[in-house]
Design a protein around this ligand. Structure first.
Ligand SMILES: Nc1ncnc2c1ncn2[C@@H]1O[C@H](COP(=O)(O)OP(=O)(O)OP(=O)(O)O)[C@@H](O)[C@H]1O
Length: 247
């Protein structure tokens, strides 16, 4: 079933068409990767889906509702969560407290029932820490964690809201091999009903995680298919030629 559909989406910066007439469908529970050379428009598309920038044209529908003009907070309340290229965590809080803080705005119940909400937030944080396999990080200050651990904490912060759509911007960027293995394991454990859209340069991660890959080139969709189809697509290879990168 379709969760997200993007029609003719465009974004300009002055005269530059960073994104130009993009059409995209993401099903419930999909694992959808966005790839492309530097400057292809991947992060722009992710920002547009999260609502952190406005579209110059086109529409975004999420669960049948037109969300094109909704701000990020309203999209978050509808179940759209995201991570950033540089992990956005509170350095002076423990990993556990980061997740607890992130869970709090998403809890049901009257805002004045503070004790009950705090307990719920801690339960959610605990559950997520367990699922992501980061119990060793939980009592430590986020500022003292490795880049890869901070990345997992940030993904945990997105997941405690129990989203239906998770947007990940280059989750593997700058990770060591060990952290990469932890990230892959965490992504494999994500709930099957959760849809994930990820921007990623790391080919192994895309092949392992994605069921659909969309290739962006100069703001437009160049190709879409399974990771195997994309790897065999001569147009895609051509687009990457001269960049020193293979898809
Ligand atoms: N705030 C901005 N102001 C002006 N131009 C921008 C802005 N943000 C992005 N661009 C331009 O829009 C185009 C698409 O950028 P975007 O960051 O979406 O590409 P990308 O595919 O994510 O690249 P990368 O892999 O390097 O992160 C680029 O030419 C970029 O320079």
């Amino acid at each position: 079933m379709t969760l997200l559909s993007v029609e003719n989406l465009s974004r300009s910066y002055g005269k530059l068409r960073a994104l130009d007439g993009v059409v995209l469908t993401v099903d419930e529970g999909a694992r959808h990767a966005l790839i492309g050379c530097n400057g292809a428009g991947k992060t722009t598309l992710l920002h547009l889906l999260a609502g952190t920038i406005r579209a110059s044209g086109g529409r975004i529908h999420y669960r049948g509702k037109n969300i094109t003009r909704l701000n990020p907070a309203r999209r978050a309340r509808l179940g759209i969560a995201r991570s950033f290229q540089t992990p956005a965590v509170f350095d002076s809080l423990t990993a556990f407290d980061n997740l607890t803080v992130a869970a709090t705005p998403h809890l049901a119940g009257a805002p004045w029932r503070l004790a009950s909400r705090a307990a719920q937030a801690r339960d959610r944080a605990e559950e997520q820490i367990e699922l992501l396999g980061i119990a060793d990080c939980a009592p430590r200050l986020a500022g003292e964690l490795s880049h890869g651990q901070r990345r997992l904490v940030e993904i945990g912060m997105a997941l405690v809201s129990r989203p239906r759509l998770l947007l990940l911007d280059e989750p593997a960027a700058g990770l060591t091999d060990t952290d990469m293995e932890r990230l892959l394991e965490a992504l494999r454990q994500l709930p099957t009903e959760l849809a994930v859209v990820l921007v990623e340069h790391h080919q192994d991660l895309v092949t392992e995680i994605a069921d659909t890959v969309t290739v962006l080139h100069e703001g437009q969709i160049l190709a879409e298919g399974s990771p195997e189809e994309i790897a065999a697509d001569p147009q895609v290879a051509e687009a990457y030629l001269g960049t020193g990168v293979t898809p």
